[in-house]
Design a protein around this ligand. Sequence first.
Ligand SMILES: Nc1ncnc2c1ncn2[C@@H]1O[C@H](COP(=O)(O)OP(=O)(O)O)[C@@H](O)[C@H]1O
Ligand SMILES: [Mg+2]
Length: 275
Amino acid sequence: MSEPLFEVEDLHVALPDPNNTKLFGPTPMIGILHGVNLRIEEGTVVGVVGESGSGKSTLGRTLVRLIEPVRGTIRFSGNDITHTDERLLRPLRRDLQVIFQDPLSALNPRLTIGTIIGRPLMLHRLAAGRKDARRQAEAALEMVGLPTAFASRYPHELSGGQRQRVGIARAIATRPRFVLADEIVSGLDVSSQAQILALLDRLRNELGLTIVFISHDLSVVRRLCDRVVVLRRGEVLENRPTGPLFDHPEHPYTAELKAAIPLPEVDEGWLDAAR
Ligand SMILES: Nc1ncnc2c1ncn2[C@@H]1O[C@H](COP(=O)(O)OP(=O)(O)O)[C@@H](O)[C@H]1O
Ligand SMILES: [Mg+2]
């Protein structure tokens, strides 16, 4: 078997307990992830589902090392990044991009779209200068189906769907190997959702991206993801190819999640139709 892009073993994550703040002594921590094991093959889209508070975002943020685990191992492309400090992580950051749920709060309102997309390119020295960064930002806009003229606009001038495309453009501009997408279609209407999903599906094919796609909405995950990881209270209950997982959930909790969400019987062509 080829080397996976991510290899996670016995991952334990704890965060400061917000209900128990002490003035003195060590901050009380609360366990969020309890022994997660995960292999993510390069070029695949892995869905992470589970009810609110199950630890989906914490898992995603730990993968891209916005959070340091307390125990276990995270290997990215063979490199152990479990406890690597931020300075040493910096060269890897271009390969580990994140698209956030709410693009309005994730995009600096005072910067033009061109600057927002171009900044990471300057930061990682992937652009020869401002002009080159601008040119690459425009290319990224084209890749996500937005007019290059949007480079001169500001976030508030765009619709929700367009802003989420900008979030995607910024994430792919550095040509990363991995993108974390955390609830990125949750705030959008159904037709914008379909368009964003179709876009991600196209980009994954064109760029060979590996994506972790977090969603509480199983109908969304079903169409885009190759595999689905079901999380409950910080533990992985199932991790299987999407089709079999939906057709024959192994765990009662997966069946419950499936039953809780109205799954429209979508016809096979809808993703293409949305393109
Ligand atoms: N910064 C934080 N500090 C302490 N606890 C947190 C923090 N963020 C999330 N939590 C808690 O961790 C658990 C998992 O949260 P999260 O990973 O955001 O779940 P999900 O994304 O599945 O909704 C929840 O119980 C939540 O209250
Ligand atoms: Mg979350």
